[in-house]
Design a protein around this ligand. Structure first.
Ligand code: ADP
Ligand code: MG
Length: 206
């Protein structure tokens, strides 16, 4: 992985978040407090504004800097969770390298583990993890099988979509929507939607 790819990914993520303002805002208005779009927009803009200082860094240093910055800028429940994703991904790349799909998959999975630990949630709780956990598992298994990046990216896009849709019929047991009980059924989780959009946008760059 190159730092240039991270910078391109940041722009692609900003583009998809901005293009989905209505969707993200209404989803969080339905089962949350309506700020998810603003939080994600702020996070994406912050990273895009860091382009000049990130460009000269290694991928692991750039991801760590992104994580630290997001910790203080996104806010909400999703801010510290996404920040820990990037910091943990950075740690894994630093320890194991970043020069193969297997290593990038391992770093992605370690980022997802950090979210699990920090948020104390898991699969089936109607959160972003319903997208991230299956995507991380598939990323690792397809990379281990030796598939090329394009094949993996296409598969992950589909898995993210299925994970996002799966949140619709779930009751939330973590986050703000947990207080809604059965009233959350029928609504897609906003964090799952934004993660699906980000995975799709980044996959399209490959
Ligand atoms: P807030 O809930 O503080 O308003 P956001 O609206 O930005 O923050 O983010 C809400 C999203 O955060 C939810 O849709 C869900 O996907 C995710 N989320 C909330 N709590 C957790 C958790 N404990 N673990 C994983 N994801 C969570
Ligand atoms: Mg919210």
């Amino acid at each position: 992985m190159k730092t240039e790819f991270i910078l391109d990914a940041a722009l692609a993520i900003q583009r998809t978040i901005l293009a989905n303002e209505h969707t993200l805002e209404s989803l969080d208005r339905e089962i949350g407090d309506g700020d998810h779009y603003i939080n994600m927009k702020r996070g994406a803009s912050t990273v895009v504004e860091m382009q000049a200082e990130l460009a000269s860094l290694s991928p692991e240093a750039a991801l760590n800097k992104i994580g630290l910055k997001l910790l203080s800028t996104i806010g909400g429940a999703s801010g510290p969770l996404l920040a820990s994703f990037f910091m943990s991904m950075s740690k894994s790349l630093k320890a194991h390298g970043d020069d193969s799909p297997t290593k990038i998959a391992a770093a992605f999975a370690s980022g997802v583990q950090a979210i699990i630990q920090r948020g104390k949630a898991n699969l089936g709780e109607k959160t972003m993890l319903d997208v991230l956990i299956p995507v991380a598992a598939q990323f690792e298994s397809l990379a281990a099988l030796g598939h090329d990046a394009k094949f993996i990216a296409n598969a992950l896009t589909k898995t993210a979509e299925a994970g996002m849709r799966s949140t619709k019929d779930l009751i939330a047991t973590k986050g703000r929507a947990a207080g809604l009980g059965e009233r959350a059924i029928g609504h897609i989780d906003p964090g799952a939607k934004s993660c699906q959009l980000m995975i799709e946008a980044v996959s399209q760059l490959i």
